[in-house]
Write a protein that binds this ligand. Structure first.
Ligand SMILES: [Fe+2]
Ligand SMILES: [Fe+2]
Length: 381
């Protein structure tokens, strides 16, 4: 029995403006947010290392690729805010949404250089803040995987990812608080997704939500920001983080590939629905309601313009790249085509199916693991 959008998303139309705006972060002032994780911790008495050679190889690589967030980055760099926003993906002359929003009577009509620069700065702060919160989500999820996954090779590898994620939270927080102007609270859609992932009792759902969906998107987004930014400290920070993230996504693909081959159609459908839900929540968060709010413009109107122009954004390289890792990885896991192509149809509806034949991360992670490559080169020199 296929679930409806209403059951999966809580709304019949993925683009329902009121429903999207009704999801809000209602405890912004709180320091602690508590989520029930519902899972049994699993011991395994089978300690034979290397039964899953691909995971064992990742574990050995991870031990080699550790870095220190305090000492391996040039924190002495004086950060120039102009460099941080240079090439930011918000082009008032080419972005269809921003063009529409500048028409007479629309929220961004009469904007000058001051407003555009402030928008780029706020959007950058917001984006980096959501990365930081997502990194904490990854820290919690990976700690949970250490407990819940039944395979020793996966527990070993996941423990290295816990360390990686702690480092990522640390460096994003330090960058935002000491080099920029502090951080934004977590976006309501992102928080809802992280809560859903942690809430689920099934161990593979943690991987699917985090390693495949959230980290798949992060890997693509980091790559894009790394390519665009001219600020040297941020560029290096992102490069270091990406070399870890490539392993993390590969960990998801390699682990789930084996497990999903043994699942029934009904079990696969639940995974397909979860992947779709995650994709929509992540797209919702990129509506960046909080940024429009801080810019003092009509949030409802801006979100409306973004939703109505979404189909025009197929040519927007940023929108494209966001799903460029997720879709091929879902294909590799057979999530696109099981149950008569349920997820393929859904990904077509939200205009991201075009990436299905791009390289999956299970195959390309070694190429992305630049840090390990540099170190290996240094050792042989
Ligand atoms: Fe991370
Ligand atoms: Fe990660």
């Amino acid at each position: 029995m296929t679930a409806t959008n209403e059951e999966i998303l809580g709304r019949a139309d993925a683009n329902d403006l009121e429903a999207i705006l009704s999801i809000t972060n209602d405890d912004i002032g709180e320091v602690i947010h508590s989520v029930k994780d519902n899972a049994a911790a699993i011991f395994t008495w089978d300690y034979e290392k290397g039964q899953r050679p691909a995971l064992n190889k990742l574990y050995e690589k991870a031990k080699h690729s550790q870095w220190n967030g305090e000492t391996d980055l040039p924190w002495e760099t004086a950060v120039d805010p102009e460099q941080v926003i240079a090439n930011a993906p918000m082009d008032p002359e080419n972005d269809p949404v921003l063009i529409a929003a500048q028409q007479p009577g629309e929220p961004l009509a009469n904007w000058g250089e001051t407003e555009w620069n402030k928008l780029k700065m706020e959007a950058q702060n917001w984006t980096l803040s959501q990365f930081m919160h997502g990194e904490q989500g990854a820290l919690l999820c990976t700690a949970k995987i250490v407990e819940t996954v039944p395979w020793i090779d996966a527990k070993y590898y996941a423990s290295t990812q816990v360390m990686d994620e702690a480092r990522h939270v640390e460096v994003f927080a330090k960058y935002l608080d000491t080099k920029l102007t502090g951080h934004y609270p977590i976006n309501a859609h992102l928080r809802m997704l992280l809560d859903d992932i942690i809430n689920d009792s099934r161990w593979d759902m943690t991987y699917l939500g985090m390693q495949i969906m959230v980290e798949g998107l992060a890997l693509a987004a980091f790559g894009f920001m790394h390519m665009l930014t001219e600020e040297p400290l941020l560029k290096q920070l992102l490069r270091y983080v990406m070399s870890d993230e490539a392993r993390h996504v590969a960990f998801g693909v390699l682990s789930l590939k084996e497990y999903y081959e043994g699942l029934s159609d009904a079990e696969m459908l639940e995974r397909q629905e979860f992947a779709f839900e995650a994709a929509v929540r992540m797209r919702d968060r990129f509506l960046q309601q909080e940024v429009w709010e801080r810019m003092g413009v009509d949030v409802r109107r801006m979100v409306h313009l973004q939703l109505t122009h979404e189909t025009n954004k197929n040519d927007d390289p940023f929108q494209q790249l966001l799903f460029s890792k997720i879709v091929p990885n879902c294909k590799k896991l057979d999530l696109l085509d099981r149950n008569d192509g349920w997820l393929r149809k859904k990904f077509s509806e939200i205009n991201v199916i075009q990436f299905e034949d791009w390289t999956n991360t299970g195959e390309e992670y070694e190429m992305l693991d630049e840090l390990a490559k540099d170190r290996a080169a240094a050792e042989t020199a």
